[in-house]
Structures are given as structure tokens and as C-alpha cells.
Design a protein around this ligand. Structure first.
Ligand SMILES: [Zn+2]
Length: 351
């Protein structure tokens, strides 16, 4: 009895196992999926995890890379208005920064920016050229034509060299330049090398506005300049010359000793200066523009000095742009000196 019952049970178990085996695994998978979908639909809270941030992946990432701006190169060809021949280029100014061109007129390419730039070029004996031109990236070429200045056309009046010593001075030199520009006077600025190095933009402005630059030593320190040897003195000139070369692109030939020339005691100095390729320019007319003088006294002093000169003798007039009296006196002084038959001139001289 018990054996028959056991036999029936085991037959039922075998049939059930066979039925289960007939069910395929994909069918089981479908059932599980259906159950999960039903659970999600009826109880979304079961799958939602509000405390976990949901990250959304974009379909595609669009990368935008800007190429680095290419520096601009500028080559300026300078030609003569009359004959068309090339003349040496002096300085080119770009924006607020001034870059010195080499002899071929090529400006250092690395730090030029594209855009509208101001260019100024000077060559000895020629009018200043300046123009605005549009610079693009890559290579740019520009031809500039310089016209000869009146000084090369010949001076009929007695020449007067207005020489202005001891600058540049940020307080006074800009105003002096404005007065000279208004009066159409070109002057020679005997600059101190250390001051030019401290205010290079002023030294460049002086030159680019058509004035000449002379070398007034690097230090203007009497003890250092005259306490040692002539070689020490020339070394100070050379140091200033190197500074001018960096600032305006050339070394001036004209030089003036601080404190003037003291006769035979500095005879050795004069020889050494000349042998080193410098030309000394002293003065024969002085404003006497010390701190306690007045504009009237200065005019009288200049008049007296000019009277002492021979007929048609050129005047070399000394004043300073480090003394405030120049601002008040300069406009009148220019008028009076012109009335006496002088024409203001400059000469270009480089080593
Ligand atoms: Zn001086």
C-alpha cells in the first residue's frame, strides 16, 4: 500500500519536473521582466532613488579649439621722394610700443599684433613719416616715401642750434615738445643716458618728433666723470650710446660734456672723446636758466651772448628741460631769436 502511494507520488514529481523542463529559459526571462514592469508601474518609488544624482550623458561632445593668433610680421621699405633710392630706416613705432627695425626695415615679428597700427619712420635729413596701416597676421609689407626736410634744401638765415640738456624729464619734456611743435622748431636734446633709460618712451618721442639726440654721458656725475681718467669718461659716453641704440636704434655722434669744457685741464679728455668717434658740441649762447632767474633776465642774457657772435656765425644756444623756467620762457625766446635773423636747425650725426 505504502509502496503504491510512494510510486504514485514519484510519478507525479517526475511529470512536474518534465513540465518545468519544457518551459524555456527565455519564457522565464519574459515573466520576470513583466513582473518588474508591473512593479515599477504600480510602485515607482521602488526604483526611483531620489538621493542619488541622475547623470545624463550627452549624445556627442562638440569641441571648439581656437588656434593661437599668428603673429604679424612687418617689413617697411623706405624710399626717397625724389630719386626713389632706399634710405636708412631709423625707428618704427607700433601702437604705444616702439620697436626698432633692423636695416632692412623688418620689425621683430614675435610681438606684433594684428590690427590698425601707427607706424613712424625717420631717416637722417628727411621728414618724419607716420601713417596708420592695417596689419594682418602673417607677412605685411609697406613702402613709405620720405620727403626731404627744409634743412637739406639749404639754410639762408643764420643757423641757430637750440640745445636742451639734462633730460628727458617726465614733468617738463612733454610740455617743451608741445611748445616746439607749435612753433615748428627742431632742437637737439643732449640726453643723460640713465634718464633716457628710465624714460625711454620720452626719448623716443623726442626723436620721432623730428628732434636730434646728443649724448650727455650716462651718469652726469662730475666726480665719476672727471675724477678718474679720460677712459672712464669715454666709458660713460659709450654706456649712454648703448642705451640710445636700444631706445632709438642708433648711437649719436654729438656729445656735450656735463658742466661744459674746462679748458686745458681736460685736453686729454677732448682727444679721447674725438678718437672714440664722438663730436663735441659746446655752446656759445646760454640762457643762464638757473633757478633764481626770470624770463626777462634770460632774454637779456641770450641777447647779450648773441651780440658777441660774429656776423653769420652760427649760434649754439644752451637751455635745460629740467628747470621749470623753460616752460614760461621758451615761446618768447623762439620769437625773439627768429627776429634777430636766425633759423633753428639740427644736424644728424651718428657714430
Ligand atoms: Zn648737463
Amino acid at each position: 500500500m505504502v509502496g503504491r502511494r510512494q510510486s504514485r507520488v514519484s510519478r507525479r514529481r517526475r511529470r512536474r519536473a518534465a513540465w518545468i523542463r519544457r518551459l524555456s529559459w527565455p519564457a522565464i526571462g519574459l515573466m520576470v521582466l513583466f513582473t518588474l514592469v508591473e512593479l515599477t508601474r504600480t510602485s515607482p518609488a521602488l526604483l526611483a532613488r531620489p538621493d542619488k544624482p541622475v547623470s545624463v550623458k550627452p549624445a556627442a561632445v562638440v569641441a571648439s579649439v581656437k588656434p593661437a593668433p599668428k603673429p604679424a610680421e612687418l617689413t617697411v621699405h623706405v624710399v626717397d621722394a625724389s630719386g626713389g633710392q632706399a634710405v636708412p630706416l631709423a625707428v618704427i613705432g607700433i601702437d604705444d610700443r616702439y620697436l626698432i627695425a633692423d636695416e632692412s626695415g623688418t620689425v621683430g615679428a614675435s610681438d606684433l599684433r594684428a590690427g590698425v597700427v601707427e607706424v613712424a619712420a625717420r631717416a637722417p635729413g628727411y621728414e618724419l613719416y607716420s601713417a596708420r596701416l592695417t596689419l594682418s597676421t602673417g607677412s605685411n609689407e609697406e613702402t613709405v616715401t620720405l620727403g626731404a626736410t627744409s634743412r637739406t634744401a639749404g639754410v639762408t638765415a643764420t643757423p641757430a642750434f637750440l640745445t636742451i640738456d639734462d633730460g628727458p624729464d617726465p614733468r617738463l619734456t612733454p610740455r617743451v615738445l608741445e611748445i616746439l611743435d607749435d612753433a615748428q622748431v627742431k632742437a637737439t636734446f643732449f640726453l643723460i643716458g640713465s634718464r633716457a633709460r628710465a624714460h625711454p618712451e620720452l626719448a623716443r618721442r623726442i626723436y620721432l618728433e623730428g628732434h636730434e639726440i646728443g649724448n650727455h654721458t650716462y651718469s652726469h656725475d662730475y666726480d665719476a666723470l672727471y675724477g678718474g681718467s679720460a677712459t672712464d669718461y669715454v666709458r660713460s659716453l659709450d654706456k649712454a650710446g648703448a642705451a640710445f641704440k636700444q631706445i632709438v636704434g642708433f648711437e649719436p655722434e654729438l656729445t656735450r660734456p656735463p658742466g661744459g669744457d674746462s679748458g686745458n685741464s681736460r685736453a686729454g679728455w677732448r682727444g679721447a672723446i674725438q678718437r672714440s668717434g664722438y663730436q663735441t658740441r659746446l655752446c656759445n649762447v646760454s640762457w643762464g636758466d638757473g633757478t633764481k632767474t626770470t624770463g626777462e633776465r634770460m632774454l637779456a642774457k641770450v641777447g647779450t651772448d648773441l651780440d658777441r657772435l660774429g656776423p653769420r656765425e652760427e649760434a649754439v644756444i644752451l637751455t635745460h628741460d629740467v628747470r621749470p623756467s623753460i616752460i614760461e620762457a621758451l615761446p618768447d625766446m623762439i620769437v625773439q631769436i627768429r627776429k634777430l635773423g636766425y633759423e633753428f636747425v639740427v644736424t644728424s650725426a651718428r657714430r
